[in-house]
Design a protein around this ligand. Structure first.
Ligand SMILES: Nc1ncnc2c1ncn2[C@@H]1O[C@H](COP(=O)(O)OP(=O)(O)OP(=O)(O)O)[C@@H](O)[C@H]1O
Length: 246
C-alpha cells in the first residue's frame, strides 16, 4: 500500500532522513515512534510528498508519487488523508464548512455534498456540532472534525502526525477509538507518528522505531486495545489519593 525505497531528505546541510526503505501493507495500523528530532514527522510527510524527497521512490496504492506531475500528484493525494497535532482547522469556518472544503476541491457532486459532510460528522460522533466554529469546540472535538475532514474524500490511507499529543489521556483514548474504527469499518490503512508509547501500543499492529533519520527496528505487535479512562472529578480525586499513598 505504501512503499518507500531508499528515500532521503535533507534540510540545508542536515540529513533528516537517511535512505529509508519500508513497506506498509493494506489495512495495517502502522506506528512510527522515536525521540524528538528522529525524523518521524518528516518521514510521514514524505509519504504524501508534503516534503519532497531528495532521492528514492515513494509508492502509494500502486502509484509512484515521486514520478508524478504536480497535477497528477494533486489527484493522487485524494486517496491520502492527513491529520495533525494542531488540528489545522480553518478558524473562520464552521465544522460543516471545514469538512466541505475537500469535497469542493475534488469536485464532488454538488447535490451529494451535504449528505457526505453529515455522514462524516456523524461517523466521528459530531453531527450535532456542524454549526460550531473551532473556537467553540474542545481539543478532542477539533481533532474529530479534522478526522471527518480527512475522511470526506474517502481516502485509502490516513496519515496521522502526533494526533493525540495536544490532548489529555481520556480524550486521547476517544481519538484512538475513532482511528481504530476507521481502520476496522472502512478498511483505511493508518500510519501514526507518535512519541507516546501507550498510543502506539494501543492500536498499532506494526511499529518502526526511528533514530537519527533511520529505522532502528521494525516489530509486529499485538494491539493492546484502547484504555478508556474515567474522567469524573471523583476519579481524579481517587487517583490523587492513591498516588499520594493516603
Ligand atoms: N522544514 C524543515 N527545515 C529545517 N529542518 C527541519 C525541517 N523539518 C524538520 N527539520 C529537522 O529535521 C529533523 C527531524 O525532524 P522531524 O520533525 O521529522 O522529527 P520528529 O522525530 O518528528 O521530532 P518531533 O517529535 O520533535 O517533531 C529535526 O532535526 C528537525 O529540526
Amino acid at each position: 500500500m505504501i512503499k518507500l525505497t531508499n528515500v532521503s531528505k535533507s534540510f540545508a546541510q542536515f540529513q533528516a532522513i537517511k535512505s529509508v526503505s519500508l513497506t506498509i501493507n493494506s489495512s495495517e495500523i502502522y506506528g512510527i515512534i522515536g525521540a524528538s528530532g528522529a525524523g518521524k514527522s518528516t518521514l510521514l510527510r514524505l509519504m504524501n510528498i508534503l516534503d519532497t524527497p531528495d532521492s528514492g521512490e515513494v509508492e502509494v496504492n500502486g502509484q509512484l508519487l515521486t514520478s508524478l506531475s504536480q497535477a497528477e500528484l494533486r489527484q493522487a493525494r485524494k486517496a491520502i488523508g492527513m491529520i495533525f497535532q494542531q488540528f489545522n482547522l480553518l478558524a473562520n469556518k464552521t465544522a460543516y464548512q471545514n469538512v466541505l472544503i475537500p469535497l469542493q476541491l475534488v469536485d464532488f457532486p454538488r447535490h451529494e455534498r451535504k449528505a457526505r459532510v453529515m455522514e462524516c460528522l456523524d461517523f466521528v460522533g459530531l453531527g450535532h456540532a456542524a454549526d460550531k466554529y473551532p473556537a467553540q469546540l474542545s481539543g478532542g472535538q477539533k481533532q474529530r472534525i479534522a478526522i471527518a475532514r480527512a475522511l470526506a474524500s474517502s481516502p485509502q490511507v490516513l496519515l496521522c502526525d502526533e494526533p493525540t499529543s495536544s490532548l489529555d489521556a481520556s480524550t486521547t483514548a476517544e481519538i484512538l477509538s475513532v482511528l481504530d474504527k476507521i481502520n476496522k469499518e472502512l478498511g483505511v490503512t493508518i500510519v501514526i507518528v507518535s512519541h507516546e508509547m501507550e498510543v502506539i501500543k494501543s492500536i498499532c499492529n506494526r511499529v518502526s522505531v526511528m533514530a537519527e533519520g533511520e529505522i532502528y527496528d521494525t516489530l509486529a505487535i499485538e494491539p493492546q486495545g484502547v484504555q478508556h479512562l474515567e474522567k469524573s472529578p471523583q476519579s481524579f480525586v481517587e487517583q490523587l489519593k492513591g498516588e499520594g499513598g493516603g
